[in-house]
Design a protein around this ligand. Structure first.
Ligand SMILES: Nc1nc2c(c(=O)[nH]1)N[C@H]1C(S)=C(S)[C@@H](COP(=O)(O)O)O[C@H]1N2
Ligand SMILES: [Mo]
Length: 245
């Protein structure tokens, strides 16, 4: 199924086994799928990991990006997250939903929620901050965006990620922020399945950017080397593009 068990580590000449690489990159629980003879639904996707990531993205993943301190369970504010949607809640059939990952990548992806939910789950309790003057401590559960990006095999020159949403919303991020270990594509909120109003089936969640960068109902991620003229729904109306916290 996966013939290439060695991944060459650029730069220092050392080699990682496939299992070591998956552990380091946070994809360790995929490794059971590699040897299993059951029904590995991610067989096609996981097979792509047999190829080395390019040097730039290996550096982004291996370099320690400073994690933002998280809150405790008792600090969650279940009522504080105000639904903020510019155009209401789009109707999405989770069975038909696909997340498209394309652009300057070697392996464009089209992933179902079943596939996404078989990837390692990360949970974090962070503060969501909206420029309109409110904040909420929320627990988000989902997959690290960096794991999805790695599966798509981005080309070396990729510098930005564009996010398109089912309601017509759009935004763009610098690639370093997108690869941060606490940047998630979330499908859980406060331990429950993500409600439609909060972006189900899949939304961005991260403690490093303001609320308007955290696109709900994400349907397409496009990885590119240049920032396009349309930067984001709010960004194009004068809101700051980087919007870091
Ligand atoms: N697709 C989409 N994503 C969006 C928005 C939106 O209107 N559409 N609003 C943004 C803003 S301004 C904020 S503060 C958060 C609010 O998330 P919530 O509705 O889950 O509280 O979603 C962000 N993501
Ligand atoms: Mo917001």
């Amino acid at each position: 199924m996966v013939p290439n068990l060695q991944i060459r580590c650029f730069g220092n000449g050392s080699q990682f086994t496939r299992r070591q690489f998956l552990q380091i990159s946070g994809l360790s629980s995929l490794s059971f799928l590699l040897g299993g003879c059951g029904a590995p639904i991610l067989e096609d996707v996981v097979g792509k990991l047999s190829e080395p990531l390019n040097q730039k993205f290996e550096a982004l993943i291996f370099k320690s990006q400073k994690p933002v301190p998280e809150f405790s369970q008792s600090e969650i504010q279940p009522q504080a997250l105000i639904v903020n949607s510019f155009r209401g809640t789009p109707i999405i059939d989770p069975a038909k939903y696909r997340l498209i990952v394309d652009g300057e990548v070697n392996h464009p992806l089209s992933l179902s929620m079943v596939e996404i939910q078989s990837l390692p789950l990360t949970s974090m309790i962070i503060r969501h901050v909206c420029v309109e003057g409110w904040a909420a401590i929320v627990q988000w559960g989902g997959i690290r965006l960096r794991d999805i990006v790695a599966l798509a095999q981005p080309q070396e020159n990729v510098k930005y990620a564009y996010f398109q949403s089912a309601d017509g919303y759009y935004s763009s991020w610098d690639i370093a922020s997108a690869m941060h270990p606490q940047t998630l594509l979330a499908y859980q909120k406060n331990g429950e399945p993500l409600p439609p109003d909060n972006g189900a089936p899949l939304r961005l969640a991260a403690p490093i950017k303001l609320g308007y960068k955290q696109s709900k109902w994400v349907t397409r991620i496009t990885l590119v080397s240049h920032l396009l003229p349309r930067k984001g729904y709010w960004e194009d109306q004068g809101y700051e593009w980087f919007a870091g916290l």
